[in-house]
Ligand binder design. Structure first.
Ligand code: CMC
Length: 434
């Protein structure tokens, strides 16, 4: 990766009367950064930033978020335009390669992905080892990591062509693993990929078709599925992406790195929020109970939070939530779902929260997960599959960021430091003196 960093002068840091000059760097858009890499060497001090709220961990040219404007760009293109005009595979090509594909490149990329959709037959036996009631995220995490045991021919991360094969395999095989995990959890026979179908059609087919009956793919539903995948494809240096980069910084193989991303995404503060949000809407149950839950969310002594609200970076409406809201209405309309209690509660909750001083002052707006649970549930997915779908789409972002990191000559193993406040040096106490 060629650096695009521009020098913008220096910042002066004064410690105990001594001054240090720290370089300031600018990017294309977004805040400038102060380079503190030499700080420890020069001052013997670390920076303290738990949760990395003020730390740029890397230079990146893939995704940009302007949290105040509520803007999300993939390689410069607004998410709204990609959701409306692009396809998931075209967006994947864009994220990985930096430019939209030409017609020929698009055909070649689609063919390559399509030709990698099948899983090694022995992975079937691997699946049989899971308990029937295993959470599909547990199966996804384990199986993605296990791919490194099946595809030894693409593990050399120093070799560009092997890296490419791993990237294609991961994008192609994630839907097959995700659908396999789903079928396994409901006790249905697994459905092989059908390479005559588009990426999203194939995924729907693998999830919802059964040998006994023909499954008709509704183009509006397939289009909604594709949009959902596009919306979740990347989101700059979020927790799971940073996890993938950190795992990859040690030279770990790509399948292991993606498994680490899946594990991190699982948490309810991250990818697990759509599952948590739908559960919350069901728990609220009726519109008249909303004030009770809003009051709980505002109560400092109550750990309850309104799921699907708030974001570390967006201090405005999450642009993905807007597209997701439209997609939700399109899907419910197509499926003829006129009465949706959870949608009614969601719409009312959104209205109340957006007018409540607590949420206004803290800039807590609906995020992508607020609507995604409703739409995924209408599409027929159980809540346990929501985060799996998120992981499938985000694999494209994770692997693009992993690849970018490996092409970055300034890349080093990630190794944060700490402010130690534990016990000082002391001698071992024998058992009878404790
Ligand atoms: N409901 C009520 N209060 C909230 C909420 C919420 N959903 N989110 C934040 N707050 C309050 C929080 O209590 C704090 O108040 P105070 O300043 O009085 O202590 C203030 O807003 C700032 O919150 P924070 O926890 O410091 O913010 P953060 O940037 O660390 O957390 C977040 C961001 C997404 C984890 C958080 O907003 C949250 O837990 N939201 C609910 C879970 C959710 O929807 N997550 C999905 C995120 S989008 C998909 C993804 O990227 O994975």
């Amino acid at each position: 990766m060629e650096t695009n960093i521009t020098n913008k002068g220096t910042a002066t840091l004064t410690v105990d009367g001594k001054s240090y000059e720290l370089p300031i760097y600018g990017g294309t858009i977004g805040p400038d950064t102060i380079d503190v890499r030499a700080l420890y060497k020069q001052t013997g001090m670390f920076t303290f930033d738990p949760g990395y709220t003020s730390t740029a961990s890397t230079e990146s040219q893939i995704t940009f978020i302007d949290g105040d404007k509520g803007q999300l760009l993939y390689r410069g293109y607004p998410i709204e335009q990609l959701a409306e005009k692009s396809t998931f595979l075209e967006t994947a090509y864009l994220l990985i390669n930096g430019e939209l594909p030409t017609h020929e490149q698009s055909i070649e990329f689609t063919n390559t992905i399509t030709n990698h959709t099948m899983l090694h037959e022995q992975i079937e036996r691997f699946f049989q080892g899971f308990r029937r009631d295993a959470h599909p995220m547990a199966m996804l995490c384990g199986t993605v990591g296990a791919l490194s045991a099946f595809y030894h021919d693409s593990l050399n991360i120093e070799d560009n062509s092997q890296r490419d094969i791993s990237i294609h395999r991961l994008i192609a095989k994630m839907p097959t693993i995700a659908a396999r995990a789903y079928k396994y959890s409901i006790g249905q026979p697994h459905v092989f990929p059908d390479n005559s179908l588009s990426y999203s059609e194939n995924f729907l087919n693998m999830c919802f078709s059964v040998p006994a009956e023909k499954y008709e793919i509704n183009p509006i539903i397939a289009d909604a599925m594709d949009k959902i995948f596009i919306l979740h494809a990347d989101h700059e240096q979020n927790a799971s992406t940073s996890t993938v980069r950190l795992a990859g910084s040690s030279g770990a193989n790509p399948y292991a790195c993606i498994a680490s991303g899946v594990a991190c995404l699982w948490g309810p503060s991250h990818g697990g929020a759509n599952e948590a949000c739908l559960n919350m809407l069901k728990e609220i149950g009726t519109v008249d109970r909303i004030p009770e839950f809003v009051a709980r969310a505002k109560d400092r002594n109550d750990p309850f939070r309104l799921m699907g609200f708030g974001h570390r970076v967006y201090k405005n409406y999450d642009p993905r939530a807007k597209v997701m809201q439209e997609t939700t209405h399109a899907v419910l309309g197509e499926l003829g779902i006129k009465d949706s209690p959870v949608l009614d509660i969601a719409m009312e909750l959104e209205k109340i929260a957006l007018n409540d001083p607590y949420f206004i002052d803290k800039k807590l707006y609906p995020n992508v997960d607020f609507y995604s649970g409703i739409v995924l549930s209408a599409l027929g997915f159980p809540t346990s599959m929501f985060t799996v779908l998120f992981a499938m789409s985000r694999t494209v972002g994770w692997i693009s960021q992993w690849n970018e990191m490996l092409e970055d000559s300034s890349q080093r193993i990630g190794r944060p430091r700490q402010l130690y406040t534990g016990a000082g040096l002391r001698d071992y106490t024998p058992m009878d003196k404790r």
